[in-house]
Design a protein around this ligand. Structure first.
Ligand code: API
Length: 276
């Protein structure tokens, strides 16, 4: 079965986006892994699926699959590309689009200057809801990790789980070595995305993210949101933070209580057809 797709990226975090509103089909997890391969497949960090909504108060359903075939709850850079895709493919004429993810509703706003503003919802901080093995919320936790030892982390979910470490310099941070060890540590029963955050000042950070199910990416939208939330909770940041990632910059705003808002670009590279 052949399906049309768009190849897109948000700051180099790259996606294949498939419309299953006007097309019908199903992509098995094994086929997701094959298509994610950068030599034998198309190559992507995540596969994004556009589906008909399952409730009247949203415009679309938004499903996300990592390169390893795992289905996940949210993808921030993907949300911006999702908005660009459904508008450019004329699946909607709206510039404010409500979508349901596996973990709730997010609102996407296409701006006049070719950016996308996403209301990412409130951060989830209760350990059991992240999920993270702590008895009660704390801004910072000390955990023991095999192969690393004792480290301090923030634990935040944006629908998907994130551990946030502070480092002095992201360029020398142990992303490749510590990323996989933390991604699968038992304290996060559904695994975890791992953010390495360098605080430049109270309104600027640098960030690298080792993503659950995909490895290090050039940018991570939910990771940027989680890092800012954790940095504000730990007293290092104030509302209105520019996050510099290897692929570019996102602007993240959180008032300390309500939704986290993310602003950034979304780009289409090419369109194609793929046999699933
Ligand atoms: N790897 C993530 C999903 C993609 C998140 C990232 N690409 C973003 O922009 O938020 C997870 O397993 O939760």
């Amino acid at each position: 079965m052949w399906l049309k797709f768009s190849k897109m990226h948000g700051l180099g975090n790259d996606f294949v986006v498939v419309d299953l509103v006007t097309q019908s089909g199903f992509i098995r997890p094994e086929r997701v892994r094959e298509l994610a391969h950068r030599n034998f497949g198309i190559g992507f960090d995540q596969l994004l699926i556009v589906e008909q909504p399952s409730r009247p108060d949203v415009d679309f359903k938004y499903r996300i699959f990592n390169a390893d075939g795992s289905e996940v709850e949210n993808c921030g850079n993907g949300a911006r590309c999702f908005a660009r895709f459904v508008y450019d493919q004329h699946l909607t004429g709206k510039r404010t689009i409500r979508v349901e993810t596996a973990n709730g509703i997010i609102e996407l706003n296409l701006t006049d200057d070719n950016q996308v503003v996403v209301d990412m919802g409130k951060p989830i901080l209760i350990p059991a809801d992240i999920p993270f093995s702590a008895n009660q919320f704390a801004p910072e936790y000390s955990i023991e990790v095999d192969g690393i030892g004792a480290i301090n982390i923030g634990a935040v979910s944006m629908g998907n789980p994130h551990a946030v470490l502070r480092v002095d310099d992201v360029d020398t941070a142990p992303v490749e070595s510590w990323g996989p060890l933390l991604e699968s540590c038992p304290q996060f029963p559904r695994k975890v995305n791992v953010g390495f955050m360098q605080v430049v000042d109270e309104h600027n950070i640098r960030l690298r993210v080792f993503e659950r199910g995909s490895g290090e990416t050039l940018a991570c939208g939910t990771g940027a949101c989680a890092a800012v939330v954790s940095g504000q909770l730990r007293g290092w940041l104030k509302p209105g933070v520019t996050v510099s990632l290897p692929g570019g910059e996102l602007f993240i705003e959180w008032d300390g209580e309500n939704s986290v808002n993310m602003t950034g670009p979304a780009n289409t590279v090419f369109e194609g057809r793929v046999n699933v």
